[in-house]
Each structure stands twice: as structure tokens, then as C-alpha cells.
Design a protein around this ligand. Structure first.
Ligand code: DC
Length: 238
């Protein structure tokens, strides 16, 4: 038996490794991976570059002129991965920086930004067989997704992982700052009125505090086999 063309929704707290997990699942089981958080980060970067965000404040009216004008954010498949582009420019690295992380949560709470991103996500996933990660994929964007995963992990473990990533990029932060940013984002993402981060009632919980990536993919294989029967080629390459 093979896996049918389904949508897999992966939601969860910040820095639980949703993207890493979803990317690997996409590769192992033949899905298109789409990172919805990247879209919010892309809108944030565009707004920052246009000078619409400063001193912790966002000029929503001006930001709206950008989304209304149809900001050209799209994914391209390159070197075996989906990368976010703003027009002709790959912004995959810039959107992961510390500056964007500081604004992205309030930007993502703005209803017109959510509508803009949701429309794009629906268009990208039109052909099915997609694994998409975010905060509200299983609850709002694709409430009928055939498989929903909710990821969580101990906060300090998540902060350490994110801090290590930022260190590798040469960003100057402390572990305490990173942990505070995670906590703040989780709080904002879970408490905003529009589409807050919630575990869907029918989601399977994946707590990866003490798991390796390989163990996570084995967990997923078990889940897929439980749902769709023994798969034709269950061998994993990771
Ligand atoms: O997954 P991430 O850290 O790249 O997401 C960046 C921000 O975007 C995060 O603070 C919450 C927001 N987000 C959201 O509100 N809804 C989504 N579906 C994905 C991300």
C-alpha cells in the first residue's frame, strides 16, 4: 500500500523543530513541504525593509498597502528544498534572522496579514500531497487535513536548540534572550484573537524533548502505517 495524496498539518510551539521534521517527512514519504511561518516572516521582512517597523511598533496601515498590492512571496524548489522568494530574490536566510523574529509574532496576529497568507497557502497546496507546518494549519488553514500532528518540547531544550542555530549564523544573543523570545512568541501566538495556536482535537501529539530526528521519523512511519496499512517501501534513508 502507498500513502494517498493527503495534506499533513504540523502545528506546535516555536522551535520545536517542526520545519526540520516536516522537511524530512516530505523527503522520506514523497510530499511537498511548505513552511507557513516563512510566509509570515516574508511579510515581516518586506515591512521592515520598507521602513514600516521601528522601535517595536508596526505601521499597520502602511503594511496593508504592501499586502493589498499583492506582495510577490512564493516558494521555489531548489537544491532539494523549498525556498522562499520575494520577487526574484531568495530571502530564505534573512527571514530566519533575529531582527525578523522580533516582529514576526505581532505581524502574524494582524487579521489582514493572516488572510493574505492563508490565500497563498491554499493556492500552493492546491494539488494535495503536501506537508505544511505552522500554528493554525490543522485548526484553521486546513481543518480537514487527513493527518494532524501537534509538536511540543521542553522550553529550555527548545531555547538551547534555537540558540545553537543562531550562534552558527554568528548572531549575538544570549540563551536567556532566546528563551524569553520563545516564551513571548508562544504566549502571543496562543492568545491572539485571530487563529490562535491550539492543538486540534484530532491531532497526534509529538513531544520530541528526548527524541532524535530519526526517532521522530520512525514515530511518523508508525503513524502512517497505522492509518494506511503497511507501506510499499517503509525503508527510511535517515
Ligand atoms: O514557525 P516560525 O517560527 O517560522 O513562525 C514565525 C511566526 O509566524 C510565529 O511567531 C507564529 C507565526 N505563525 C502563525 O501565526 N501561523 C502559522 N501558521 C505559522 C506561523
Amino acid at each position: 500500500m502507498s500513502i494517498p495524496d493527503i495534506i499533513i498539518a504540523v502545528d506546535g510551539y516555536s522551535s520545536t523543530g517542526k520545519s526540520t521534521f516536516a522537511k524530512l517527512v516530505a523527503k522520506e514519504f514523497g510530499f511537498l513541504y511548505l513552511d507557513s511561518g516563512a510566509m509570515y516572516r516574508g511579510v515581516t521582512l518586506a515591512g521592515m525593509e520598507a521602513g514600516f517597523m521601528a522601535d517595536g511598533k508596526i505601521d499597520e496601515e502602511k503594511l496593508k498597502t504592501i499586502t493589498d498590492a499583492g506582495l510577490d512571496l512564493h516558494f521555489r524548489w531548489e537544491d532539494g528544498a523549498t525556498k522562499l522568494y520575494l520577487g526574484e530574490r531568495c530571502i530564505e536566510s534573512e527571514i530566519r534572522g533575529w531582527a525578523v523574529s522580533g516582529y514576526v509574532s505581532p505581524v502574524s496576529a494582524i487579521p489582514f496579514v493572516r488572510n493574505f497568507v492563508d490565500d497563498k497557502l491554499h493556492a500552493f497546496a492546491r494539488n494535495g500531497r503536501v506537508i505544511m507546518d505552522g500554528r493554525d494549519i490543522g485548526t484553521t488553514v486546513f481543518p480537514n487535513a487527513e493527518l494532524k500532528i501537534f509538536m511540543t518540547a521542553d522550553e529550555l531544550v527548545r531555547a538551547q536548540r534555537r540558540y545553537d542555530e543562531l550562534q552558527l549564523k554568528g548572531e549575538k544573543t544570549t540563551l536567556e534572550e532566546v528563551q524569553a523570545n520563545l516564551r513571548d512568541r508562544d504566549y502571543r501566538d496562543s492568545h491572539r484573537p485571530t487563529s490562535p495556536l491550539r492543538q486540534a482535537a484530532d491531532a497526534y501529539v509529538l513531544d520530541n524533548t528526548y527524541m532524535t530526528l530519526h526517532e521522530e521519523v520512525v514515530w511518523m512511519l508508525g503513524l502512517l502505517q497505522g492509518k494506511f496499512g503497511l507501506l510499499e517501501s517503509p525503508g527510511l534513508s535517515c
